[in-house]
Design a protein around this ligand. Structure first.
Ligand code: NAG
Ligand code: NAG
Length: 218
């Protein structure tokens, strides 16, 4: 093979590599593919439905603040493919988060997306932790933006005296959310106490106490 052929091959391989890893969701194969959430067909994403309209690309659910009278004093209103079926295969979605004073969006990850947040109102203390356990944190206020890299544990807390709100954008139609505490202490079936006592270096009592707090309210 001539050396220019090797260059070409390497170029092709680089392109395939970048195409596979740069974008979070796969490339689309047609203009639109509005999700048929009721279809029994299982594939990477949702099956396309045929009779579509502008409403399939519309959602008014982020216009108003979500209720924050819950345990964490914050609520996430998603605008993913499950709310906007037209997002299927498009590789983007949004969410709105509202925080009471003291409210927290507790540590969690989005396995399929990088997140970028824009503060609508108030002020937030935000941060993410890298795989070498380095914390990157900052206070951000109205009009400012912060980024949470794909898959890394992150959080936001409203340490201010007034409510706060943020809009989040994701490079996935369905970023997925895994809350650290819920995953470990409220899974179904539950993670054995011995795993958690050893992992967190505490006693069974402490583990049971946390599990009880996260148990679904009957
Ligand atoms: C397509 O959808 C519209 C409204 O969503 C409905 O009025 C119409 O009957 C549908 N057409 C077909 C062929 O299903
Ligand atoms: C939160 O407030 C709403 C409206 O004020 C009320 O309907 C709901 O029951 C409250 N939820 C809790 C958990 O207190």
């Amino acid at each position: 093979m001539a050396s220019s052929d090797y260059g070409f091959m390497i170029g092709i391989m680089m392109t395939i590599f970048l195409a596979s890893f740069v974008s979070a969701d796969p490339e689309l194969l047609q203009d639109v593919c509005v999700a048929d959430l009721n279809s029994g067909v299982k594939l990477n994403g949702f099956a396309c439905k045929s009779n579509i309209s502008a409403d399939d690309f519309f959602f008014a659910g982020l216009a108003k603040p979500g209720l924050t009278n819950n345990t964490f004093g914050a609520t996430v209103t998603p605008a993913s493919v499950q709310q906007i079926t037209g997002l299927n295969t498009l590789g983007v979605s949004m969410a709105r988060v509202d925080y009471a004073p003291g409210g927290i969006n507790p540590p969690h990850t989005h396995p399929r997306a990088t997140e970028i947040v824009f503060v609508l109102e108030g002020e937030l203390d935000v941060g993410f932790i890298t795989t070498d356990n380095k914390l990157f944190s900052k206070t951000i206020k109205k009009g400012e933006i912060f980024t949470f890299p794909r898959g890394l544990i992150h959080f936001q807390i409203n340490n201010g005296k007034v409510p706060a709100a943020a809009i989040a954008a994701f490079n996935s139609q369905l970023p997925g959310t895994q809350r650290v505490a819920n995953a470990l202490f409220a899974s179904s079936p539950t993670v054995d106490d011995v795993v958690l006592t050893k992992a967190f270096q505490v006693g069974t009592k402490e583990v049971e106490k946390i599990k009880a707090k996260f148990a679904p309210k009957k």
